[in-house]
Design a protein around this ligand. Structure first.
Ligand code: AKG
Ligand code: FE2
Length: 320
């Protein structure tokens, strides 16, 4: 009789804790802040950003969503409640909904919002990264807005490291925050604590933003998840594994920003200096902006590199 070899089920991180450790009390002590980042691989700040501009960006984005017919009639715009039938119909026509949450043209309209991009330059964020990098900060101009309509084809972002998508320097950090309150049930970001010490991990193809999932074999780290209120941010270095929780609120749209920052002294890949998702040039996005300092600020700061390791984005056979 032939004995079939049993597949080895190797351990995947299973431990989960709820509640992010608030690092706000350490803001005045850069050394302690860096020590905590070094220990945990993430920093969460309660109420770092003022709510007003975040809620205004939320409103401006939802206006675009409404113009596309995706808001349920008779609901308050600011609540962000989707028209499920209209969304499902668009979903069949425009594959962008699966990847970026909204249709391509709607996303370009969102990318044109000056206030959205201005958030990345908030003095509190710049001061935070200056303290972490101990030097000048380059905010990447390729800012990402996620407007996750409850489309049938939509899947939550799988566990991944941002380095594979951004490259350039390993020293960049991601900053994620919701536009509005984001309880766990709406699908906020969850972090694999301690994964900042991992190398760049192998990936396999997966559903959800990015299209690849990190293979987390034999890892003993703990997932940290929690509720976010408008104004809270979470930030982490480029090797940290993170994922989105599923959105369990029927019809609710999850809105969030993700921005990237790196020491200005390090190199940056050219793709980080282009508008997110392409299809448009900065010249067009910048049209009508009032604050000149938000436009092309990166040109004089960024040390560009071209090298891109495409092997990091090749799905391998699952090995665990
Ligand atoms: O918001 C999400 O679902 C994913 C965000 C993310 O992966 C990031 O901020 O790097
Ligand atoms: Fe990410």
């Amino acid at each position: 009789m032939i004995m079939l070899k049993k597949p080895r089920h190797r351990k995947m991180p299973k431990k989960v804790i709820t509640g992010f450790l608030n690092s706000t009390p350490l803001l005045s002590s850069p050394k302690a802040l860096r020590a905590r980042a070094d220990r945990d691989g993430y920093l969460f700040f309660k109420g770092l950003l003022p709510k007003e501009p975040l809620m205004e960006v939320r409103r401006q984005i939802l206006e675009i969503v409404e113009r596309n017919g995706w808001i349920r009639k008779g609901t308050k715009l600011i609540d962000g409640i989707g028209d499920l039938d209209a969304i499902a119909a668009s979903d069949r026509l425009d594959p962008s909904l699966k990847y970026i949450g909204v249709g391509k043209q709607a996303y370009i309209d969102i990318q044109k919002l000056e206030l959205f991009h201005s958030l990345a330059h908030h003095p509190r964020l710049i001061a935070l990264y200056r303290a972490l990098f101990q030097g000048a900060v380059l905010p990447h101009p390729r800012n990402i807005a996620r407007v996750l309509l409850p489309a049938p084809s939509f899947n939550p972002t799988p566990p991944h490291q941002d380095y594979i998508y951004i490259q350039g320097a390993h020293s960049f950090w991601t900053c994620w925050f919701p536009l509005g309150d984001c309880p766990m049930s709406l699908g906020g970001l969850s972090i694999l604590r301690g994964s900042h010490r991992e190398e760049v991990l192998k990936v396999k193809t997966a559903k959800g933003a990015g299209g690849f999932e990190s293979m987390l074999c034999d890892m003993d780290h703990t997932w940290v998840q929690g509720d976010y209120e408008c104004g809270d941010i979470i930030t982490f270095p480029s090797h940290v594994v993170h994922k989105a929780l599923p959105n369990r609120k029927p019809g609710r749209i999850r809105l969030s920003c993700d921005f990237r920052y790196q020491p200005a002294r390090d190199q940056v890949h050219i793709s980080s200096l282009r508008p997110h998702m392409g299809g448009v040039q900065w010249r067009e996005l910048y049209r009508g902006w009032k604050n000149k300092r938000l436009k092309y600020y990166w040109k004089s700061k960024a040390r560009q590199v071209m090298a891109w390791d495409s092997s990091l984005l090749k799905g391998s056979e699952p090995i665990c």
